[in-house]
Ligand binder design. Structure first.
Ligand SMILES: CC(C)(COP(=O)(O)OP(=O)(O)OC[C@H]1O[C@@H](n2cnc3c(N)ncnc32)[C@H](O)[C@@H]1OP(=O)(O)O)[C@@H](O)C(=O)NCCC(=O)NCCS
Length: 279
């Protein structure tokens, strides 16, 4: 069925962020504005369609993580599904990223979203996993661990680029100003940053490290400071054992999909994602 709803860009205004969270709630997703605000303020875009009453019917987001992009928050209100809204928004976001030179595009696909993305040429890179903390671990050896300071960001950006091939830290820096942010930890080895991890209220991530030993030290420190029920959206399934060993119950999550050339990163260095929306 065709529709003639009007497409519009949403801004990081409080009113638009509330609308975004209301649309997410229509499919029982929790609030997402805590990442969407920073995503919009760092060059990203949220495209939406409104129904005849002006209410949001559908939306999708595109984060800019130069030289790549990440698609997030594809949501169509249940009563408007299967009318082409998701495809229209998705295609516009992909074209916009590509026109702006971001040819390497990734996303975390739900089972419901996957057919649409496959039709656009996306391929599955791996099947991601998520986890929930059931029993916080004891603190371990915290040698080299320090609380993240503003001056650490260039070193964090360099390490994160090695892992992902992309610039993601402008967005992460914004997140550290959010009221739900608890702390960031950096692990220093031989004078340079060998790992970093962020902790929010009820969430750990991202955790990026140069070696499994550095990752374990960081992840343990973050988990030991967290409460039961804390989420760590791990991502690559090869890291299940590390998180299980720290008291996390691991479950299947979405599928990591990609379009265009792979970025020159080392995904095995990403021990935990920020969340499903932004990888
Ligand atoms: C995924 C989602 C955004 C798709 O939006 P939509 O407007 O219903 O999708 P469209 O009508 O544009 O459908 C495009 C094509 O995708 C495929 N598709 C969409 N929903 C599908 C489903 N439930 N099962 C199988 N294929 C599906 C179909 O091929 C469809 O084309 P067709 O209807 O001509 O067969 C929507 O189902 C949704 O909000 N789901 C819940 C949230 C979610 O999982 N989001 C994805 C996050 S990665």
């Amino acid at each position: 069925m065709q529709h003639d709803f009007e497409a519009c860009d949403l801004t990081p205004s409080a009113a638009h962020l509330d609308e975004i969270d209301e649309l997410r709630a229509s499919i029982d997703w929790g609030p997402g504005s805590w990442t969407i605000g920073p995503m919009l303020r760092t060059g990203g875009r949220v495209l939406a369609l409104r129904d005849e009453t002006g209410r949001l019917a559908a939306m999708g987001g595109a984060a800019v993580m130069a030289p790549g992009g990440f698609i997030c928050n594809m949501v169509v209100r249940p009563e408007h599904k299967r009318r082409g809204m998701g495809r229209r928004i998705f295609n516009e976001l992909i074209a916009w990223l590509q026109q702006n030179g971001h040819a390497s595009i990734q996303l975390e696909a739900t089972d419901e979203g996957r057919p649409l993305y496959e039709q656009a040429g996306f391929r599955v890179r791996w099947h991601s996993i998520g986890s929930t903390l059931s029993a916080p671990p004891e603190r371990g050896d915290e040698t080299g661990l320090e609380v993240l300071q503003t001056g650490d960001w260039p070193g964090i950006a360099a390490l994160d680029r090695q892992a992902t091939g992309a610039e993601r830290t402008a967005l992460f820096r914004q997140l550290t100003a959010w009221e739900g942010f608890r702390e960031g930890l950096v692990l220093r080895e031989g004078g340079s940053i060998a790992g970093y991890g962020l902790r929010f209220a009820n969430r750990i991530g991202p955790v990026v490290a140069a070696s499994p030993g550095a990752a374990e030290r960081l992840a343990r420190a973050l988990a030991a400071r967290s409460e039961r029920g804390t989420i760590a959206t791990i991502g690559h399934p090869q890291h299940a054992t590390l998180w299980q060993g720290l008291g996390f119950d691991v479950t299947p999550f979405d599928a990591r999909m990609a379009l265009g050339p792979d970025l020159p990163g080392d995904p095995s260095m990403v021990y935990c994602m920020l969340n499903g929306g932004l990888g």
